[in-house]
Design a protein around this ligand. Structure first.
Ligand SMILES: Nc1nc2c(c(=O)[nH]1)N[C@H]1C(S)=C(S)[C@@H](COP(=O)(O)O)O[C@H]1N2
Ligand SMILES: [Mo]
Length: 407
């Protein structure tokens, strides 16, 4: 019996072969392409070319070529794209692992390179395997460990995605024709260099093995997808844990950072102490909460959708339109971009820049209440931003300052 993994006879599973590898490969071809597209969309949704404050990947250079003004319609856009990104990523983990397992003998094949072309192919495979594992691991850690790498997750995951996808695309171009051929012939017994030359007796058929992988994926899907639907949240066993339970009532929806965690003192949010400072073309206006409540108030039904993949259903927000606040400081028509600052003193999400199209949308509010009651401290009392279709991180809580105009 072969003892060295460098010997083909060492790999004895009768399940390995071109059919299983082809099926898994084609699932990943569709799935990873969708992960890449939704990931790039998520980056665009942060408005990274608007302000250094929004951009966690300085020096992205040409990789930002595709950025565009993130729209405000449909209002559930980010809820959908990021829900798909995270849920699909978690669901594909068993498929990725099975695919790697199915080709692992190739990693050990000798000689290391038969030709320059073969050497290049093997290097690209290392980028493919390493890049794939890196993207899945960083993505899962970011969701699970609640901003494990604050700030640095974004550049790691973003640059990693481009390296991984370049290797993935090259691999797909080379392998997809053969994979499709393997499946069309539907011959499970087909042999190639993945087939063990000295197979053990089978304990499961190839279709059975595929069923196990699919079952694992289904289980992960079923225990993740609930994080995007009220009433099903308790089924999302893999959604972020250890958060403050939002309870029931008007503020009874997911809380990201609590006021206590963000270091917001009740003394600075009271009617006496708190003023909203609005600056623009014609100068600065300071407004108490009571004065804000005297301005025209409007409602909008909008969700919170976090980069971590969880989202709420539409909540009923009420407050002052951002474009009305722009008008107070000299922008009557065509409101400009705005820079939003929170009372919070530390942390990466205490400020954000919003684009003019987001300010102009009549549903974009400086919200004072939600679901018919004053904002709770944890949801951003005395005032927070809410913008349609934007990622949660742009919906700044405990707002202190709005600066309209050139950022
Ligand atoms: N000041 C401040 N605002 C913030 C954050 C923060 O950490 N500090 N977190 C943001 C993120 S990442 C999300 S997803 C939403 C969550 O809002 P919620 O806790 O009301 O659901 O708030 C955003 N606003
Ligand atoms: Mo978030």
């Amino acid at each position: 019996m072969a003892r060295s993994p460098f010997s083909p006879a060492f790999w004895r599973s009768p399940v390995r072969g071109p059919w299983l590898t082809s099926v898994l490969g084609l699932v990943l071809l569709g799935g990873i392409t969708l992960l890449f597209v939704t990931g790039l969309l998520s980056y665009a949704a942060y408005n990274p070319d608007l302000s250094p404050v929004n951009d966690k990947t300085p020096g992205k250079g040409l990789l930002g070529f595709y950025l565009f003004a993130w729209p405000t319609d449909p209002h559930w856009l980010y809820r959908l794209t990021q829900g798909v990104h995270v849920t699909l990523g978690i669901t594909l983990i068993p498929v990725l692992l099975a695919k790697l397992w199915s080709v692992v003998p190739k990693l050990f094949a000798l000689p290391p390179a038969r030709s320059v072309a073969h050497a290049l192919e093997r290097i690209s495979l290392l980028l493919l395997v390493g890049g794939g594992l890196f993207e899945f691991v960083t993505g899962v850690l970011n969701v699970q460990l609640d901003y494990l790498f604050p700030g640095s997750f974004y550049p790691l995951h973003f640059y990693g995605a481009w390296i991984f996808f370049a290797a993935f695309a090259a691999h797909a171009v080379l392998k997809t024709p053969a994979a499709l051929r393997n499946l069309r012939q539907l011959r499970e017994e087909e042999r190639d260099e993945l087939t063990s030359p000295a197979p053990d007796a089978p304990t499961v058929s190839r279709r059975g093995a595929l069923g196990l992988v699919g079952g694992g994926s289904l289980l992960l899907f079923a225990t993740t997808v609930g994080q995007d639907f009220d009433g099903l949240r308790w089924t999302a066993l893999f959604a972020p844990h250890g958060r403050r339970d939002p309870g029931t009532g008007p503020g009874g929806f997911q809380i990201n950072k609590t006021a206590a965690y963000a270091g917001i003192h009740p003394a600075e949010t009271g009617e006496e102490a708190w003023r909203l400072v609005v600056t623009g073309r014609t100068g600065t206006v300071r407004l108490s909460r009571a004065e804000l409540l005297q301005l025209p108030l409007h409602s909008a039904a909008l969700p919170i959708a976090c980069v971590e993949g969880w989202s709420t259903s539409d909540q009923w927000w009420r407050g002052v339109r951002l474009r009305d606040l722009a008008a107070l400081v000299g922008y009557d028509a065509d409101p400009p971009d705005v820079f939003v600052q929170s009372l919070q003193r530390h942390g990466s999400f205490r400020r954000a820049a919003l684009r003019a199209n987001q300010v102009a949308d009549p549903r974009s509010l400086l919200a004072l209440s939600v679901n018919g009651a004053d904002l709770t401290p944890d949801h951003g009392h005395p005032a927070r931003i809410i913008v349609p279709a934007a990622p949660g991180v742009l919906n700044t809580k405990w707002v202190a300052r709005l600066t309209f105009g050139d950022l």
